[in-house]
Design a protein around this ligand. Structure first.
Ligand code: HEC
Length: 127
């Protein structure tokens, strides 16, 4: 049994252009009928790259998608929470808006928009 990391997977995807050693490794594992496993970390890394590619290198949008923000927010339309466009407009002139909003996102907020509160997003950290 082998545990392949993200680098090996990325290299293998290059197919004919991939490193010869990586090719040989996969061929040998196949010949010997050995299983190749992926760790959840490798899967998370691949998922993050896919999300980043999907949102064209837009780290913020990729972040919102991978952290479940989009189940209540949309970029342009109000849903359960205010649209991110409206949030951006409202805080465009606010000093230290990033610090204020980072705290609201982490701790949750209520009464700043409509009647619906935003629960604390405990899955995110301050950096
Ligand atoms: C369960 C639904 C829900 C989730 C999940 C959620 N939000 Fe919210 N969000 C809301 C609601 C509702 C409000 C309005 C709260 C209020 O009126 O104070 C809000 C408000 C906000 C605001 C404006 C805060 C303010 O004080 O003006 C920002 C910025 C924001 N959310 C970002 C995020 C981000 C980033 C995530 C993901 C980490 C996220 N939200 C996840 C429902 C949600």
């Amino acid at each position: 049994m082998y545990l392949a990391d993200t680098n090996v997977i990325s290299e293998r995807r290059k197919d004919q252009r991939a490193n010869k050693g990586v090719h040989a490794f996969f061929r040998q594992a196949d010949d010997e009928n050995r299983k190749i496993h992926l760790s959840v970390i490798a899967i998370a890394e691949v998922r993050r790259s896919i999300d980043l590619a999907r949102y064209k290198g837009d780290e913020k949008q990729a972040f919102a998608h991978t952290h479940n923000c989009m189940s209540c927010h949309s970029i342009t339309r109000d849903s359960l929470g205010p649209s991110f466009k409206r949030v951006a407009q409202r805080y465009a002139q606010t000093e230290r808006a990033n610090t204020l909003l980072a705290r609201r996102i982490a701790e949750g907020g209520v009464g700043n928009w409509d009647v619906v509160p935003m629960p604390a997003n405990t899955q995110i950290t301050h950096d």
